[in-house]
Design a binder for this molecule. Structure first.
Ligand code: ADP
Ligand code: MG
Length: 569
């Protein structure tokens, strides 16, 4: 099907041509004729980045009547950014149409200009539910002649708690209006809305339900929780042309990561709900202009952002809501381009990946966090690429060139490159020369060995934590002595050791882990006047556990004995 075969007006075809849309996307092919040809309600499930805006926008523009002054179409969407974007897209589609009035109504901005514009007369209102409800309560919007209502990103509007606003708004719209609901996923809440507010809707599903965009490659890397940030930096270093979004779970985490990246010299800024609208607009403008190449964002703040050509989506932490992963990864791989979505997970989060795989019907590929060598190689290649592409300005350089040549007389081409690269990248080479491999294996994947070992010949290591650190004068050697003294029956291979002030993390083969924990439990020992406590990392604060144990000891030694007898093999 072609755009010209859909019954769209010549003016709209002109608008589309100017945008260089050649062929309609599948959702457009399915939805545009459906809206133009009959008035039945419609539920369309489609992935992000599939062109939903034009799918509903073009027929809505086409069907506007000239002689109605009050709004004829209402488009509701979850965020201010999305609202402005849809309004902007509609303006583009309507570029060759005369006198179409489109108004964006959203919160976080002065309501008065919006009220004034509404009073002057509007054809299409694009709104966020909160502000729209507000305007209706003030009785400043006349919805009596609305003919079409679009609920765009319905799943997200409900996620964001707009249910009450939506209900109030929908009750102001004439019963005869056609309702069009778009969603990437179909959770129960959305299904409930379709049952309650839609009449016998036609259902269109483009692609599989819940599926992430097809040209997105899904990858995950397993690192210790505390190595997440260094791993993120490595990814950024390994892809010098990265233009992407780093998703975090909370506003606080978002701000922290953006700050750290900024301090470490990356072009990164944060986008989250604690920013003022002006700050958000400024960040988005810089991101679109590529002054920022890493946008660190919360799910809500990045909803529906239409920035094309993103190379990477980094899931710094996986979302709690499965649906959000689809939205995140759908920010890349748009408009036929390829993209990569990488999740950084810790050893205990493998089940989340499995869960997303099952529900999305997508396969994740386990990848490694780039090693120092890989990063240096990638950086060198990028440098050489730039070197190959640069076109030197004539003038000054030409004048001093003879002098430069003379200075480097007798240096071979290879040597010249070597020196140039080491000069340009010395910081990177220095830094990564000393940095350890960050890769670990996820827990509980029986039978799966990729052999990425830590020098013990076995990839399955488990991280333990002991309540001793630098403060107690612990060193790797002392730790090893301590472990071997506590368990005389076997010698334990110890992997990477990470000593901080108060505690120390260390890796042991998974087969030895419980033995080490048990032997410390059975035979309490002291180090630097502290009773030594060993546990699996990530299961709570060992110092607190230690306090509890001490409290129990006060309660009577008999209890303790009984407790430990249970865990004895
Ligand atoms: P969705 O709402 O489904 O996430 P959008 O409507 O925002 O997707 O469209 C995603 C991107 O694809 C936009 O940049 C849009 O301009 C572009 N696009 C939409 N339809 C077409 C088309 N038929 N041909 C080429 N590009 C398109
Ligand atoms: Mg959209």
């Amino acid at each position: 099907m072609k755009f010209t075969d859909m019954g769209l007006s010549p003016e709209l075809l002109q608008g589309i041509a100017r945008l260089k849309f050649e062929h309609p996307t599948p959702v457009q092919t399915a939805v545009i004729p459906a809206i133009l040809n009959h008035k039945r309600d419609l539920v369309a499930l489609a992935q992000t980045g599939t062109g939903k805006t034009a799918a509903f926008g073009l027929p809505i523009l086409q069907m506007l009547s000239r002689d109605i002054k009050t709004p004829q179409a209402l488009i509701l969407c979850p965020t201010r950014e999305l609202c402005m974007q849809i309004a902007r897209d509609l303006e583009h589609f309507a570029a060759a149409l005369r006198g179409v009035r489109i108004l964006a109504v959203y919160g976080g901005a002065d309501i008065r200009p919006q009220l004034t514009a509404m009073a002057r007369g509007v054809d299409i209102v694009v709104a966020t539910p909160g502000r729209m409800h507000d305007m209706l309560r003030r009785r400043r919007a006349d919805f009596s002649r609305i003919q079409r209502v679009v609920l765009d990103e319905a799943d997200e509007m409900l996620n964001m708690g707009f249910e009450e606003d939506l209900k109030a708004i929908l009750s102001e719209v004439p019963d005869t209006a056609q309702t069009l609901l778009f969603s990437a996923t179909m959770p129960k809440q959305v299904a409930a809305i379709t049952r309650k507010y839609m009449k016998n809707p036609e259902e269109i599903t483009v692609g599989t339900r819940n599926a992430g965009a097809d040209n997105v490659r899904h990858e995950y890397a397993v690192v210790h929780a505390r190595d997440r940030y260094p791993a993120l930096k490595r990814l950024a270093d390994c892809y010098p042309d990265m233009y992407g979004i780093v998703f975090c779970r909370t506003r606080q985490e978002t701000q922290d990561i953006a700050d750290r990246l900024g301090r470490d010299g990356y072009n990164a800024e944060s986008l989250h709900g604690d920013l003022t609208q002006q700050q958000r607009d400024r960040v988005m403008k810089k991101f679109r202009a590529r002054e920022i190449t890493m946008l660190v964002a919360t799910d809500v703040a990045a909803r529906g952002l239409d920035v094309d050509d993103l190379t990477h989506i980094i899931n710094y932490s996986l979302p709690d809501e499965l649906g959000s992963y689809t939205h995140r990864s759908g920010r890349t791989g748009r408009a036929g381009k390829n993209g990569v979505s990488i999740a950084l997970i810790n050893m205990r989060e493998h089940y989340k990946v499995k869960h997303i795989e099952k529900t999305l019907g997508r396969t994740f590929v386990q990848r490694s966090v780039p090693t120092g060598v890989e990063i240096c190689e990638a950086q060198l290649l990028a440098l050489m690429k730039r070197l190959g592409e640069v076109s030197p300005e004539p003038g000054l350089i030409d004048d001093i060139l003879p002098l430069l040549c003379k200075n480097l007389e007798g240096v071979s081409r290879e040597d010249l490159l070597r020196r140039f690269a080491s000069l340009e990248l010395h910081r990177m080479l220095d830094y990564y020369g000393k940095e350890p491999d960050l890769n670990v294996e996820p827990l509980s994947q029986p039978g799966k060995r990729t052999g990425r070992s830590r020098g013990t010949g076995d990839g399955d290591m488990i991280e333990l934590v002991v309540n001793l650190g630098k403060r107690n004068g612990l060193s790797p050697k002392k730790l090893m002595n301590l472990i071997n003294a506590s368990d005389r029956t076997s010698s334990v291979d110890i992997g990477r050791i990470n000593i901080s002030q108060m505690q120390t993390y260390f890796n042991v083969p998974s087969a030895s882990a419980q033995g080490v924990i048990d032997s410390f439990a059975k035979k309490p020992c002291e180090f630097d006047g502290r009773s030594v406590s060993v546990a699996r990392a990530g299961t709570g604060d060992p110092a607190k556990r230690e306090q509890k144990r001490a409290a129990r000891r006060k309660g009577g030694p008999g209890k303790r004995g009984a407790g430990h007898a249970k865990s004895a093999r």
